[in-house]
Design a protein around this ligand. Sequence first.
Ligand SMILES: NC(=O)c1ccc[n+]([C@@H]2O[C@H](COP(=O)([O-])OP(=O)(O)OC[C@H]3O[C@@H](n4cnc5c(N)ncnc54)[C@H](OP(=O)(O)O)[C@@H]3O)[C@@H](O)[C@H]2O)c1
Length: 310
Amino acid sequence: MTTGLSLSPNQRVRQPVSLLGAGGAATALGVALTTAGIAISSVWSRRFDRAQALAARLPGATASADPQTAAERGALVVLAIPDSAIAPLCARLNWHPGQAVIHLAGAYGRELLAPAAYAGAETGTFHPLQTFAGHDDPAAWRGVAVAIEADPPLAAELVALARCLGAEPIQLAPAQRPLYHAAAALSANGLVALVGVAANLLSRATGLERAAAVQHLLPLLRGVLANLEQLGLPRAATGPVARADQQTLERHRAALAHEAPEWLALYCALLRAMLPLARERAADDPERVVALDALASWLADVQSSGEVSS
Ligand SMILES: NC(=O)c1ccc[n+]([C@@H]2O[C@H](COP(=O)([O-])OP(=O)(O)OC[C@H]3O[C@@H](n4cnc5c(N)ncnc54)[C@H](OP(=O)(O)O)[C@@H]3O)[C@@H](O)[C@H]2O)c1
């Protein structure tokens, strides 16, 4: 990945923008674009009421009843629909030279937009490394990496668009997109899944409702993020693995094996992922390195035991 995208100070941003889709990403993008002064002409969604609801929040935008009308109303058409729906919708619409169409999917390149390119439209990708679950604070775009793939002149326009939002345009080799998106999903969706499991265990241990358990985990999560932001890796790695505290980990293993055996394999996999960070931290501490070697052997034994694989 490189950040070598350049932008001339007078780079125009193609407008108006037409949004095909009115879900989390379209809402976040639409609100941020209008806040940045970019015109949105049209919104389409399969459910007209959803298109109307979003259009009502974007000054100057109207809801379109069909995607072709919406596409024709935009100089830049954004396909903000689920990844699997992009290629079929793109193939269903008529495109022409002078139009530009982009999608927001992280794991795919411009191949999903091949019918538009064949018809002479410019095509591109614009994937924000951010999660949008209904909140639409334009500040959520600040400092966010946006993976852009397009040919000139659209590429420079998309760079300008990202910068308008306070985001950081990046380039990504098309072949690397699935790995790039796996990293994004792991840290965003994986973290939510992990908190779901942790909240469940905390509820069992304390009798708290899940919502209250999540609230109690939030300060801890904020502390982790602050450590990552201020100290980076590997220094943000704390806890019993970083301390090579096998005795404490053995207590965790026994508790999980007894109370929640379904999560023991996940717990062990995360310990394994923590080990290289702990080793990095312990590079100048030979005693800790020896203890970490012993911990790695213990973990291998636990992982190969029937307890984990069952
Ligand atoms: N949300 C995020 O955090 C995020 C972040 C980065 C990138 N993205 C990308 O943004 C795109 C949209 O994701 P999203 O999270 O905004 O999705 P979403 O909230 O589920 O919204 C989906 C939108 O697409 C429409 N839609 C659903 N199925 C469709 C189909 N088969 N054909 C045509 N339209 C369909 C929905 O219409 P109705 O509701 O009216 O049926 C709705 O307007 C995806 O490519 C995703 O990878 C999302």
